[in-house]
Design a protein around this ligand. Structure first.
Ligand code: MN
Length: 718
């Protein structure tokens, strides 16, 4: 069946060149794919040709020739029909006005997802030259990909763009060639797709260093004529020796890959002839056993070079490559490099991970793309078991199944972040000061809250404000150790400042009780006292007082020089304004609020804890009077305090909501509710509320008490 001819006849402006390309593609597909799938590919071709109609490549060819060439590369690798269809359509969304939804309608979700992912990769451009940057760029690309076929299409796309790079201006050639060598060839290598790696490297080399490439190529050509003869002769003698042993197989002369020759020369500082005059052979046989037998045969034919034998069958390379390598002294002492492997190993060596997406008639492929990539890795792991490169394998794994995401700074630098990282993590990753002062973030120029979790390839910007402070709650959602420890450190420092303030106030007050003051005591006595207490400075003393590690009345008497009996602190009390920060806290047993009669308990390390006088915990007051201080409230405190009430209601559905509504109407927020059903007909609800003061609380309680289903309201003073 000639699909190409039928379809082409329907298309406008069909050129002979175009029909040749598509004919070759169909021929390749016919060698491994059933007709109904090829029909899908042809439908994609028709769709793509119409979408790209009128567009041309830089070379002047109709644009559709490019996606067809990309599809051809992938068809040569026998990839499945989805990949081929996606390859033909890969530039449709990017370069024409066909929406992705249209592709989904016509070709299904799988193809649409592949095309969409390829288009997203196209939008990323590698600019920076730094090696570390190239590494993270590669990782970012792999991290963005959920389906390896996306990168296969991208690599084939890059191969064709490199093949047609001659039509581009010189400057662009160099940029694209560098990107190919630094990004795409290493990815192909990582995935074990050798022929793509070799093609990308040679093309990249050719356009990045045109002069060096030309020199090498000329030198190689010169030696080639005689080389062919020698290679032919040696091949024949190897084949003959194999036949004598009853072994069937294939012997191929191997052409050197220019970029590898260049790298050998540059790396090992060797002269051209040393590198070029090496003859390469590949011997392909049926099974592993035969590989070792053939090794024996070639070692019998030519003397092996000591120290050059490598058994990559027993210990494969990390990307799954397996082969026996040996170097021999050939005729006239010429070095011969031989690679011996099985057909299977040869296939893996050439296509790596791609082998797992090759079309197979039987398997209807229920496996997800991730599953298949994992299968490939599992296979690698299995053959690696004897190997020593676990660490490297680990890094392949991390690249394919990353635990990191990659985001951009506004300047375009790439920042790796752990999965789950938030705006706050990013801010601290930029700088501790940025983290400490951040108030919001912008993701792709849209304002977002600080706890927003970042996603791959977003551009993240931090909004800071002068005087902004970290919030202790951030610790509950940050994902990085750096952010966590920076927030804790800041809190610790802040606590110190606050406790120094409070400690100074406590000491002032106690001194006043004794008719003295810091000024009256004087610097000399203070220094003397600090030395006696083994403290470096007054700040340390205040901090200890503020944190309750030392008692103010005793310290006051000590400063005055009065030793002797301890008297109860009297009169003037410490005034609480509610703004003391972390060194003054409000007891959770009795929830004191402004207007309540209260006492302060100096709790070592925590500062002053305020209790209501009616609180049961005040019994301690008698046991350790020196730890309790009288405190009072500042007038007009403008903040909310937590308070608790108990409401007893009729046990009916909807009562809780009614009570909650009344509380909300009384300008209070509910922090927590718990309900206990005591009897069949009564419920006891406990509300934790935010109130301004006693008056506010009384107002709320009055409103609740008036409710029809409410039996009683009381304030907890447990
Ligand atoms: Mn393309």
């Amino acid at each position: 069946m000639d699909y190409a001819a039928t379809l082409l006849s329907k298309l406008p402006g069909t050129s002979p060149r175009r029909s040749r390309d598509i004919k070759a593609l169909v021929e390749t597909l016919e060698s491994y794919m059933p007709a109904e799938l090829i029909e899908r590919v042809m439908k994609a071709y028709e769709f793509g040709a119409i979408a790209h109609e009128g567009q041309t490549r830089k070379s002047g060819e109709p644009y559709i020739s490019h996606p067809v060439a990309v599809a051809q590369t992938l068809a040569d690798m026998h990839l499945d029909s989805q990949t081929i269809v996606a390859a033909i359509l890969h530039d449709v969304v990017e370069d024409t006005d066909v929406p992705i939804a249209e592709l989904e309608d016509q070709f299904g979700t799988e193809v649409a997802t592949l095309v969409d992912a390829v288009s997203k990769l196209d939008q990323m451009h590698f600019t920076n030259r730094a090696e570390a940057h190239a590494e993270s760029f590669r990782k970012m690309m792999l991290a963005m990909i959920e389906d390896i076929r996306v990168i296969l299409v991208k690599l084939a796309d890059r191969m064709h763009n490199m093949e047609t790079l001659g039509a581009m201006p010189r400057e662009k050639q160099a940029r694209i060639a560098r990107e190919t060598l630094e990004i795409y060839a290493p990815i192909a290598n990582r995935l074990g797709i050798n022929h793509m790696k070799v093609a990308l490297e040679d093309l990249g080399f050719r356009y990045l260093y045109p002069y060096r490439y030309a020199v090498l190529q000329r030198a190689l050509k010169k030696s080639k004529g005689s080389q062919r003869q020698i290679v032919k002769r040696i091949s024949e003698s190897i084949l003959k020796a194999m036949e004598e042993e009853g072994i069937t197989g294939e012997v191929r002369g191997r052409e050197k890959h220019l970029y590898s020759i260049y790298r050998k020369m540059a790396g090992k500082k060797r002269i051209l002839n040393d590198v070029v005059d090496v003859y390469g052979f590949r011997i392909i046989v049926d099974d592993v056993n035969t590989c070792y037998r053939v090794l024996g045969i070639v070692h019998g034919l030519y003397k092996p070079m000591p120290g050059r034998f490598k058994d990559y069958i027993a210990i494969p390379r990390v990307n799954g490559y397996q082969s026996l390598h040996t170097t021999l002294f050939g005729p006239k002492g010429l070095p011969l490099e031989a690679q011996i492997r099985t057909t299977d190993m040869d296939r893996v060596a050439e296509s790596g991970v791609a082998a797992h997406w090759q079309y197979k008639a039987i398997d209807k492929s229920t496996a997800t793309p991730q599953r298949r990539a994992r299968d490939w890795l599992a296979r690698l792991e299995e053959i690696q078991r004897t190997g020593t490169s676990e660490e490297f394998l680990e890094s392949v794994k991390v690249d394919l199944f990353p635990d990191k995401i990659y985001v951009f700074t506004p300047k375009g630098d790439i920042m790796p972040m752990p999965k789950g990282a938030t705006i706050v993590d990013f801010a601290y990753a930029v700088h501790t000061d940025v983290g400490n002062r951040c108030v919001a973030g912008k993701v792709d120029r849209t304002l977002v809250p600080l706890r927003t979790v970042l996603k791959n390839s977003q551009t993240v910007e931090i909004v800071t404000a002068r005087g902004a402070k970290p919030n202790p709650n951030w610790v509950s959602f940050v994902a990085t150790a750096k952010a966590r420890s920076a927030i804790r450190q800041y809190m610790k420092n802040m606590r110190t400042t606050e406790s120094v303030d409070l400690g100074k106030r406590l000491l002032d007050r106690s001194l006043k009780d004794l008719g003295s003051s810091l000024r009256k005591i004087g610097k000399v006595r203070l220094r003397e006292a600090l030395d006696e207490l083994d403290l470096v400075g007054a700040t340390d003393l205040y901090a200890q007082l503020g944190l309750g590690e030392r008692l103010a009345p005793l310290t006051a008497r000590f400063l005055i020089g009065e030793k002797g009996e301890q008297t109860e602190p009297k009169s003037a009390s410490l005034v609480i304004a509610g703004t003391e920060g972390m060194v003054v806290s409000y007891a959770k047993c009795c929830y004191p609020i402004p207007g309540d009669e209260v006492m302060g308990y100096l709790s070592a390390g925590r500062g002053v804890v305020i209790h209501r006088n009616s609180c049961g915990n005040l019994i301690n007051f008698r046991k350790q009077p020196e730890k309790w201080l009288s405190v009072g409230w500042e007038e007009d405190i403008d903040r909310d305090f937590s308070s608790q009430i108990q409401v007893e209601t009729v046990n009916k559905t909807g009562v809780l909501a009614e009570v909650a509504a009344v509380i909300a109407d009384s300008q209070s927020n509910i922090e927590e509710v718990s309900v206990n059903i005591r009897h069949q007909d009564t419920s006891a609800m406990t509300f934790l509320l935010q109130v301004k003061d006693r008056t506010h609380l009384a107002h709320i309680m009055r409103n609740v008490r008036k409710m029809q289903n409410v039996k009683s309201v009381s304030r907890d003073s447990a």
